[in-house]
Design a protein around this ligand. Sequence first.
Ligand code: C2E
Ligand code: MG
Ligand code: MG
Ligand code: MG
Length: 291
Amino acid sequence: RDELKTILSQWQTSGTSAIHVSNKKYDALALSAAILKNQLVNHYQPKVLLATGRMVGVETLVRWQHPEDGMVYPDQFIEVAESEGLIDDLTHWVLHEALQQTREWHLMGLPIKVAVNLSMNNLATPAFADLVSQAVASAGLKPSDIVLEITESQLKADMRVPLEILTRLRLKRFRLSIDDFGTGYSSLVQLRDIPFEELKIDKSFVHGSHANATLEAIFDGNMRMARQLEMDVVAEGVEDRDDWNFLRGRQCDLAQGYFIARPMPGHQIPDWEKSWNLRILEESLTTKPIA
Ligand code: C2E
Ligand code: MG
Ligand code: MG
Ligand code: MG
């Protein structure tokens, strides 16, 4: 128990540690070399049920371990990957790595789902749905173990081919998630035409909503719409206990954010889960115990 407490306090301080963080922009040549040289690394951030606290999944978040510049975050290279034709290579790298890692967790008795972020450009390749299914099958996983996230802001692009591919993925039983919801100004027609199962309310309507009537109204509006459409709702950007308590009073299903855990290397997830289960009890984070 004491050992777990020590681990727990390490989690709570990690992520903000002495890692050097770069603010540069990077070009296509550097990025393609990085993919080939295996300098990318996936981190994983837990998604937990608000009712019981149980971890049911993780989101995959890619980073670039730059030999000189230190840890580079995706906001500094995803756009380059998209505009320079590298996003398919990047997505494949991220997906394969995430599938291997998830297979390991399952074999360890942690049957969690894994979410991978897609770019709209990935959905320009007609074979994309088949490539993803093959990768999932050869990793020994099921499509229902995989959540595919696409940001709402990307849903404005020419929709015919992407829509077909998303529909095909859905028919194969992948779970589709609409990310950063509320910031993209997509027409709600997208929600009618694409069978999303999960809606992630953007962090700008989550953190601090307990103390701001406008944010609260937007949050509740999004919640109600998602409920009507029978989607699962994830709140992102849960940064403190007030955010957590606010969500517990709502009918939100899942929570993700720094209050629960920062993104971390995959091998740390099993120990993190143990310490989190302890923290749920010690801090009375839920009323229902984990079943
Ligand atoms: P996202 O998919 O919306 O992921 C959530 C982002 O919010 C992550 O940033 C995460 O570290 C951060 N975050 C998590 N909890 C909190 C919190 O409590 N407070 C705050 N302020 N932030 C929190 P990150 O890792 O820098 O990723 C940024 C974006 O880059 C992601 O946003 C996603 O759109 C994109 N991205 C990441 N990995 C991939 C990838 O493999 N492929 C593609 N296409 N995009 C990716
Ligand atoms: Mg995401
Ligand atoms: Mg998001
Ligand atoms: Mg985002």
